[in-house]
Design a protein around this ligand. Structure first.
Ligand SMILES: [Zn+2]
Ligand SMILES: [Zn+2]
Length: 392
């Protein structure tokens, strides 16, 4: 059986794995059962080495070639999101308020397909590391992973990953050298004043109006910054004011905001402007304020050579390659890898009419599974199979 027929024959097992993963999603940092499920599935592939508990609940499956050569990492993500799924098919999430709304169930399955292919035929040289990364959605996983001595001992030469992309034609491959996805940072603002009787609000210091001014001012910051075509974005994601007690004027407020820019260099200016604005509004209203930061993502910056390899592999698999005009506005912690190791992330289109990522009706389309697996395999062969390399 040739390799592609081999993959086709294995698709029902992959679809079953994908649905099992979809049904049992886990939040960032708590991917215990997902990791167990993946470990159990990979037992049939007999990898040469398995490193578990890497960077948290991460797992690396290593498939070695006959001769020495480069190490290629193919990375996917273990985690799901705190979103209540609203689909009603049989394999919908069984865990309340948690779902695979980013398609990481599909990404994991594509990489499991690679496990099957590599079990049947090892690369000619070097080694392939199939890396299941925890905690992508909070931006913590990749950083913890690359700092893990177990990861560093792998000495990777190349790193690749994909993300499914709604809004692009089904099965198209989206490649972009340079910035692929934006940098972002979560800002938590706490305002403390003084409660008072609702009948005499003048006896207290309510953060209600300053909170609104901060929300409005921060939302308008991108237009004030005049970014010269460089994307700058501020999104209010949460706020809270006082308590639901009609006799009390509030003394406390909290606002959470995501700051986002197209380059790593423009984040500090946005951070400074945001901090100054909060300080102005809080101090002029006699409030104490506290600012903290979380969910810090750098840009994912793709290396040119890695993009060229993706394009070649895509074209020889007969797939359409589309350029990406602007980087994805979303953030991706894969940037922690590409800032250290040559590599790239590419997109796989899932259709123009699909539910968007992180929405309650999203579901990963299984037609993408063989496309992703074949493309990764093409990339691996280009880097680790001398016969293909010498042909070019
Ligand atoms: Zn996501
Ligand atoms: Zn994602």
């Amino acid at each position: 059986m040739d390799l592609i027929t081999e993959l086709e024959a294995f698709l029902p097992s992959l679809a079953k794995l994908r649905r099992d993963l979809h049904k049992n999603p886990e939040l960032s940092g708590t991917e215990v059962n997902t990791a167990k499920r993946i470990l159990a599935f990979f037992a049939q592939f007999r990898p040469d080495e398995i490193i578990s508990k890497i960077g948290g609940h991460g797992i690396a499956f290593i498939f070695k070639g006959q001769a020495p050569g480069p190490t290629v990492i193919i990375r996917c993500e273990l985690d799901a999101l705190p979103i209540a799924e609203q689909n009603d098919f049989e394999y919908r999430s069984m865990n309340s308020n948690i779902s695979h709304a980013c398609g990481h169930d599909g990404h994991m399955t594509i990489v499991a397909g690679l496990g099957h292919m590599l079990a049947n035929e090892r690369p000619k040289c070097g080694q392939v590391v199939l890396l299941y990364q925890p905690a992508e959605e909070t931006g913590e996983g990749a950083e913890r992973l690359v700092e893990d001595p177990k990861f560093r001992s792998l000495n990777p030469d190349h790193v690749f990953a994909l993300h499914n992309l709604p809004g692009y034609p089904m099965g198209s491959i989206v490649v972009k050298p340079g910035t692929f996805s934006c940098a972002s940072r979560g800002m938590i603002i706490k305002l403390t004043g003084l409660t008072s009787h609702a009948a005499w609000p003048e006896h207290g210091r309510s953060p209600a109006i300053p909170m609104c001014q901060i929300i409005e001012g921060l939302t308008n910051l991108p237009s004030v910054l005049e970014p010269n075509g460089v994307l700058t974005q501020v999104t209010v994601i949460h706020s809270r004011l006082g308590e639901p007690a009609f006799g009390t004027s509030p003394g406390y407020a909290e606002v959470m905001i995501t700051l986002r820019t197209e380059t790593d260099e423009s984040i500090p200016l946005l951070v400074e402007k945001a901090r100054n604005l909060v300080q102005d509004k809080a101090l002029s209203a006699g409030l104490e304020f506290q600012i903290s930061w979380t969910d810090e993502f750098v840009t994912t910056s793709n290396h040119k050579d890695a993009c060229r390899i993706i394009e070649q592999a895509a074209r020889s698999a007969g797939l359409d390659v589309l350029p990406m005009e602007k980087p994805l506005r979303s953030s991706e912690d894969f940037g922690r890898f590409t800032s250290r190791i040559p590599g790239a992330m590419f997109g796989v289109g899932i259709g123009e009419k699909r539910a968007q990522l992180h929405t309650p009706y999203y579901d990963f389309p299984e037609e993408i599974i063989p496309i992703g697996t074949k493309l990764f395999l093409g990339i691996i062969y280009r880097l680790l199979d001398e016969t293909i390399e010498t042909q070019e």
